[in-house]
Ligand binder design. Structure first.
Ligand code: F6P
Length: 319
């Protein structure tokens, strides 16, 4: 059983990229420990509240953001960071060669019910004589040199791609390191499982409504097979299920917020997940284009997301 350091050392990733990945994933191990302490650590609750000691209580997503931010800004190979929890990018070291965009705690509404959450990250290569700016981050997802997430579930898992497939690692809590547990993840092209927030049904486009009602009609409808439905309410959990046993995940455009393209963030959620899914043989699209080809217009841009089993994504797009 190989640990993450061994796997990275035997990959074609440059040393500096290996270091950036290690700093990120080591910090995620610390986040995992903070999460496992839960209420014991006095860190659950709403930011701005005071705990019994009269100290300010911080939400775990703010704590996770600060942990990643501090660790990455102190890494000489990091040029700048962008976080879902920060309004603007934060430049680190001008000489650094890597930009990292991250969602420190995806699905944070699951924290209060002790359900799955995770950290998602996306890494780009970037060099320049001046400090990085927001513009430096506006690269299409196809240029990611690495992407991954750490899932804080019953066991803590790292799912990573450096462009040579998608690999899964499991945290060995005694050794405090991630160990390779699946070296080649593959998403089957067909599926009978879908994930969508059905409570938004009345706000979807006519095409999304028809597609999902055909799934729900199952063997009695045009699809002539039954489908099962699952919804973790944390993208990291839903994507993990798809990487483990297949399926399709959809967060479509809806008329509840008609001026936004979708709910999920391109740079912190859609792009890294699209890389992991494509590297495992699946597909990741918006309603109109491949996610990894989108030219970002801003770091907090949102997109519609349809990803997972290749044939099922095609079927959905055909509507
Ligand atoms: O963007 C945050 C997020 O929590 C995703 O991880 C998840 O897929 C989605 O929002 C859940 O949305 P909803 O509130 O519609 O269930």
């Amino acid at each position: 059983m190989h640990n993450l350091a061994h796997v990275l050392a035997n990959s074609s990733s440059p040393d500096a990229l290996q270091k950036v990945i290690s700093v990120t994933t080591d910090t995620c191990i610390d986040i995992c420990k903070a999460l496992h302490k839960g209420s014991l650590a006095g860190i659950l609750g709403v930011a701005g509240n005071e705990n019994v000691q009269g100290e300010e209580q911080k939400k775990l997503d703010i704590i996770s953001n600060n942990m990643l931010k501090n660790a990455l800004l102190n890494c000489s190979d990091v040029r700048a960071i962008a976080s879902e929890e920060e309004d603007d990018i934060v430049p680190a070291n001008t000489q650094g060669q890597y930009l990292i965009a991250f969602d420190p705690l995806d699905g944070s509404s699951n924290i209060d019910i002790n359900a799955m959450v995770g950290t998602i990250f996306s890494i780009y290569h970037d060099v320049g004589e001046q400090a990085a700016t927001e513009q430096s981050f506006l690269k299409p997802g196809i240029e990611q040199v690495a992407a991954g997430y750490v899932l804080y579930g019953p066991s803590c898992m790292l799912v990573l791609s450096t462009g040579q497939g998608t690999q899964m690692f499991t945290l060995d809590p005694e050794k405090n390191e991630f160990v390779l547990t699946q070296s080649k993840v593959e998403v089957a092209a067909d599926t009978q499982e879908f994930a969508i927030n059905m409570s938004n049904q009345r706000f979807w486009s006519a095409a999304t409504q028809t597609y999902v009602s055909d799934l729900v009609a199952g063997a009695t409808g045009t699809r002539e097979k039954d489908f099962n439905m699952r919804w973790v309410a944390a993208m990291v959990g839903d994507v993990h299920r798809i990487l483990c046993r297949g399926g399709i995940f959809i967060y479509p455009w809806d008329s509840k917020t008609p001026n936004r393209a979708g709910k999920l963030r391109l740079m912190y959620e859609a792009n890294p997940m699209a890389m992991l899914i494509e590297q495992a043989g699946g597909k990741a699209h918006t309603h109109t284009q491949r996610i990894l080809d989108i030219q970002p217009e801003g770091i907090h841009q949102r997109v519609a997301v349809i990803l997972g089993a290749a044939n099922e994504v095609d079927k959905c797009l055909s509507y």
